[in-house]
Write a protein that binds this ligand. Structure first.
Ligand code: SAH
Ligand code: SF4
Length: 344
């Protein structure tokens, strides 16, 4: 059997593990304190443990395998990290400080099988899922980089998290468990491209996580030009799943809308989006597109403002994503793509 990740193993399991090796249960508690209170996963740094116990941990659990290989700052405090995993694959995370609050943007997969046409993350499809332990190591690397815990987490990095449901759910459990990292589920946002089977399972957790749906178009015809058929669900089914989420989790859902000039930014799109948001009690977040070098372009500031006003006039609550990190390969997947395809 493969060795487990230390981070992600619960304190209760660590106590059992200690006992099964003839150690007192409190050794398990000490290990859990290092991991979940101090954010330290290297056994050699756990200096209140006897040397043989540190060695035993090293033999029985996977050594922390994720490392920062590249960083890109943007002048506004946003910092993007390229992380290499144990097997050499790479993912990204972003640290976003804003108004006293620190947000981490985390990845859930290496690559992405959805392959939205405007997104760099899906360019080579899915390479593999991240294990829960890898998602949590990503979190811990962010903490050590920032020197503190984040206030908010958003799963808006590389990958479609709801297609990696089991590992994402295990990571979320440890992030929110009082015995784990103890974050409030309200401060954690999972973003999905509208993968309906995953949304239904997410609703069944009946936890107060925030759900964001990358809708990008209020109708199937427009949407089909942005998202390939294989993993795209009808807007009606996505909105029914959003309704279920509101009922089960008791949380308002956000509709994310990446604005692409000439594709989804006309007044009829804005009116239909506004009507949909009102009918399903969703908030709207407009995301000005960051160029990834393809056929798409960001609409002008004026066009973005007009779109926002039209959605607002329909009665919806709208925010426009503040442009952060624009100078530093900002869109998800761009740093990884540049590292993999240096010519692009
Ligand atoms: N797979 C999930 C989460 C990761 S993508 C999802 O699609 O929701 C997170 C967000 O980044 C999505 O809303 C996506 O549309 C957006 N995005 C991807 N590439 C972008 C780009 N080049 N410019 C602006 N937003 C982008
Ligand atoms: Fe995948 Fe999200 Fe990028 Fe679409 S936008 S390819 S779902 S990461």
């Amino acid at each position: 059997m493969s060795r487990p990740f230390l981070v992600g193993t619960s304190p209760a399991v660590l106590r059992e593990w200690a006992k099964s090796h003839g150690l007192p249960a409190f050794r398990g508690t000490q290990i859990a304190d290092w991991v979940y209170k101090k954010g330290i996963v290297e056994p050699e740094r756990m200096n209140n443990l006897p040397l043989p116990v540190r060695e035993l941990i090293g033999n029985e659990f996977l050594a922390p395998g994720t490392a920062v290989t590249e960083t890109a700052g943007s002048g506004d405090g946003t910092e993007k990290l390229l992380l290499a995993l144990q097997d050499g694959e790479t993912i990204e995370m972003v640290l976003i400080p804003a108004e006293e609050r620190l947000t981490f943007c985390l990845s859930t997969q290496v690559g992405c099988p959805v392959q939205c046409r405007f997104c760099a993350s899906g360019r080579d499809g899915l390479i593999r899922n991240l294990a829960a332990g890898e998602i949590l190591e990503e979190f811990l690397l962010g903490c050590s980089r920032a020197g503190r815990r984040p206030d908010n987490l958003v799963f808006m990095g590389i990958g479609e998290g709801l297609l990696n449901f089991r590992e994402l759910a295990a990571a979320l459990e440890m992030l929110t468990s009082p015995e784990g990292f103890g974050m409030s589920p309200r401060r954690i946002t999972v973003s999905t491209s509208g993968y309906v089977p995953g949304m239904l399972k997410f609703a069944e957790l009946e936890r107060e996580f925030t759900l964001a749906i990358s809708l990008h178009a209020p109708d199937d015809e427009t949407r089909s030009r942005l998202i390939p058929d294989k993993l795209r669900y009808p807007v009606a089914e996505i909105m029914a799943a959003a309704d279920l989420y509101l009922r089960k989790a008791g949380r308002m859902v956000t509709l994310e809308y990446t604005l692409l000039e000439g594709f989804n930014d006309t007044p009829p799109h804005a009116r239909a989006l506004g009507a949909l948001a009102v009918r399903h009690r969703c908030k709207v977040n407009l995301i000005p597109y960051n160029s990834t070098g393809g056929e798409f372009r960001r609409p002008s500031r004026q066009a973005i403002r007009e779109f926002e006003e039209t959605v607002t006039a329909a009665g919806a609550h709208v925010t426009v994503r503040v442009e952060r990190g624009a100078k530093s390969v900002a869109a998800c997947g761009q740093l990884r793509t540049r590292a993999k395809h240096p010519d692009s």
